[in-house]
Design a protein around this ligand. Structure first.
Ligand code: ZN
Length: 212
């Protein structure tokens, strides 16, 4: 496969934090399972301060009016997802189904847009500039194992979709796309960021805020 864009994971500095996000059904006996649909595991080796966690930005003022203005400008860009290289047909189809659902939920839920505003950016901009590509064979054998469905480097527009992504339901996949867009926007995760939300909390936040 191709995969040699300037956003290639391999080309990103070694210290960049990875977020390998997976969809997992939490154990039914675990109370926290209520909040668990997508489990993200940060694969990291060092811990420099990075990203902005929700707690540190909760006081941010909503930029709703501004978002509405920006939204119009991104309408065309939001028609279809940006894709780099060839995707497996099933992954391509799932992405094409889930992307507009993610956009609609972002458009129809002000609190969903606020998640990005609190990170100092715009959700429509992040979704429309995310670059989706297929995981490499090597990544499929490493990062994509154990239920991982996507891999994102914090603050990078590149989202690698594992084969498993194709097996998600459309709503689950749409939730994942917003989850990954938040990583692109700078949202880090515990334990990589001791002050950040853990993966399940991010999932719960996306579901609640974005109306899933
Ligand atoms: Zn994640």
């Amino acid at each position: 496969m191709k995969q040699t864009t300037r956003y290639d994971v391999q080309e990103i500095r070694p210290r960049s934090p990875y977020a390998a996000c997976q969809f997992a059904r939490a154990a039914a006996s675990t109370p926290r399972c209520t909040f668990a649909l997508i489990l993200c595991v940060l694969i990291v080796t060092v811990a420099p301060a990075f990203g902005r966690d929700r707690e540190s930005t909760d006081g941010a003022v909503s930029t709703q009016p501004k978002n509405n203005a920006i939204e119009a400008g991104f309408d065309e860009a939001l028609d279809v997802p940006r894709i780099s290289g060839a995707l497996y047909p099933r992954i391509h189809n799932k992405l094409q189904q889930a992307y507009p659902v993610a956009v609609d939920h972002l458009r129809n839920n002000p609190k969903c847009r606020d998640l990005f505003a609190e990170l100092g950016t715009n959700g429509f901009k992040k979704l429309s500039t995310t670059l989706y590509s297929q995981s490499t064979v090597t990544m499929e054998r490493s990062f994509c194992r154990g239920g991982v469905t996507a891999i994102t480097v914090i603050e990078s527009p590149s989202v690698r979709l594992c084969k498993r992504f194709a097996s998600l339901g459309t709503v689950q996949a749409a939730t994942l796309l917003i989850h990954e867009a938040l990583h692109f926007a700078g949202m880090s995760e515990w334990p990589r960021d001791p002050q950040g939300l853990n993966p399940r909390e991010i999932d719960a936040l996306v579901k609640k805020s974005c109306g899933f």
